[in-house]
Design a binder for this molecule. Structure first.
Ligand code: GDP
Length: 442
């Protein structure tokens, strides 16, 4: 999925990261290459142009965020814009009806019948919803039997349609039956054609008017690139769709359809098919896909988590304290809490590419319980002790150990760690002042 595009963008950003300081020229050159990469990925030309204008506007002349290097910031802008391009936070299925009526439409061979079965399985397993599968594709020979077989495989009921019935008859009868039997959803496999034709659209329009479905999802083959985009556009104009399911994504190294459909049709991609097996259906999350395209592991989510948990005001206050050597055990405890809020330490380390391979981290065992104990120790101190740890003498150490259910040795170790952290943070801020940064990505 997106392999070619991903590879190209990575090469471009690697070059960008190589420059310590970014000029407008560097950014322009990189964006020109991004443009080529997107065009080669078969993204719609107009979409590429608008996309680049938005990135350029944000990337040039913007104030540099302290937590990211300029190159990381450009990558973040590209990532954010790719996310918006593909539909932002993702679109959910409307499952309001009783039952919810979901119509799958599309051309022959797009994967419509298979996707009906995949969707029923998905709703059952992920949403605990019962579906009734309705084979209304009377046009393609064997489509009815195909859905019946798939339903059997999954243990999902299929309406017993006859080829002699019209799609309208099948759907109305199936809906009555689904209501009677209390299904949560009916999923209709409508008739496709080899090419878009008027008769098919008329048939679908009539079904839409009569059934008033909550969802009309166009199933399109991602491998066909801009053809899929044009098909989506035509179906949307003629029928009005609520979203798209792109199939065969696992074989699509370019990704042009996935990147253009939302911008061209204004309708979101809701799912992607990623294989022939019936569990190969994934919810489409634009933000995750964008990160995957940029191939940065989870590094951006790490940065975001850090930003989320690091209140700007607090960060400034902390920096001031560190400069003035006022970093107390209370601040130390705050930092610990912040780190724990970000997730488990191992998880955080594993998100940083390359780090887990480094010699000194390879055998590192992080004991989460240790963090809890440290917090307990600090909590057992008086406020004065937390603010002026140097007053913690032997007697106080004994009392704290008793209060926190730990030992004096542990108190000693904690105080030593605290002093070392204080020193380390101080050295980081000194480097920071000289303009050196801790680069999370390289
Ligand atoms: P329909 O004519 O639109 O109903 O298409 P089918 O459901 O019969 O699918 C056509 C072919 O595409 C079948 O061989 C499916 O197994 C295959 N197919 C469907 N979805 C996917 C997918 O996401 N990935 C792959 N590789 N094949 C798929």
């Amino acid at each position: 999925m997106f392999d070619n595009l991903s590879e190209k963008l990575n090469t471009i950003f690697k070059k960008l990261k190589g420059h310590g300081h970014l000029t407008e020229e560097h950014i322009n050159k990189a964006l020109k290459e991004v443009k080529l990469a997107l065009l080669e990925a078969d993204v719609n030309y107009k979409v590429v142009k608008e996309f680049l204008n938005r990135v350029k506007e944000k990337a040039i002349g913007q104030e540099v965020m302290r937590s990211l290097t300029p190159a990381q910031q450009v990558i973040k802008i590209v990532r954010d814009e790719l996310t918006t391009l593909m539909g932002g936070s993702g679109a959910e299925l409307n499952l309001k009806g009783m039952p919810s009526i979901i119509m799958l439409v599309g051309l022959q061979g797009s994967g419509k019948t298979t996707t009906c079965a995949k969707l029923a399985k998905f709703l059952k397993e992920k949403g605990g919803k019962s579906s009734y599968l309705v084979p209304a594709d009377t046009y393609r020979p064997a489509a009815i039997e195909q859905l019946q077989k798939l339903g059997q495989q999954l243990g999902i009921e299929v309406f017993p349609a006859q080829n002699s019935q019209t799609p309208m008859e099948i759907c109305i009868n199936a809906l009555t039956e689904a209501r009677r039997r209390g299904y949560d959803a009916i999923i209709i496999d409508t008739a496709g054609r080899l090419h878009i034709d008027e008769k098919m659209m008329d048939e679908l329009k009539q079904l839409k008017e009569r059934l008033m479905p909550q969802e009309i999802l166009l199933v399109a083959d991602a491998m066909t690139g801009q053809d899929a985009v044009n098909i989506a556009k035509t179906f949307n104009q003629a029928l009005g769709i609520t979203g798209v399911i792109l199939t065969k994504m696992e074989g699509d190294a370019r990704g042009g359809a996935a990147l253009s459909i939302k911008a061209v049709t204004q309708k979101p991609i809701k799912f992607v098919g990623v294989g022939e097996k019936l569990n190969a259906l994934e919810v489409f999350y634009p933000d995750r896909v964008a990160s995957r395209i940029l191939g940065m592991g989870d590094i951006l989510s790490l940065i975001e988590k850090a930003e989320e948990t690091m209140d700007v005001q607090k960060a400034k206050e902390l920096e001031r304290k560190i400069r003035k050597s006022e970093f107390t055990l209370e601040d130390f405890r705050d930092q610990l809490r912040r780190i724990r809020k970000m997730g488990s330490l191992e998880q955080i380390l594993s998100m940083i590419p390359g780090l887990s391979q480094m010699k000194q981290f390879k055998n590192l065992q992080i004991d989460e319980r240790e963090l809890v104990r440290i917090e307990a120790i600090i909590n057992s101190m008086t406020k004065e002790e937390r603010l002026r740890p140097e007053i913690i003498n032997g007697k106080r150490r004994k009392r704290i150990a008793y209060g926190s259910g730990t030992t004096v040795q542990e108190i000693n170790r904690l105080l030593k760690n605290y002093n070392e952290t204080k020193k380390m943070i101080k050295s980081f801020t000194k480097k920071g002042k000289k303009g050196k940064r801790i680069n999370l990505i390289d």
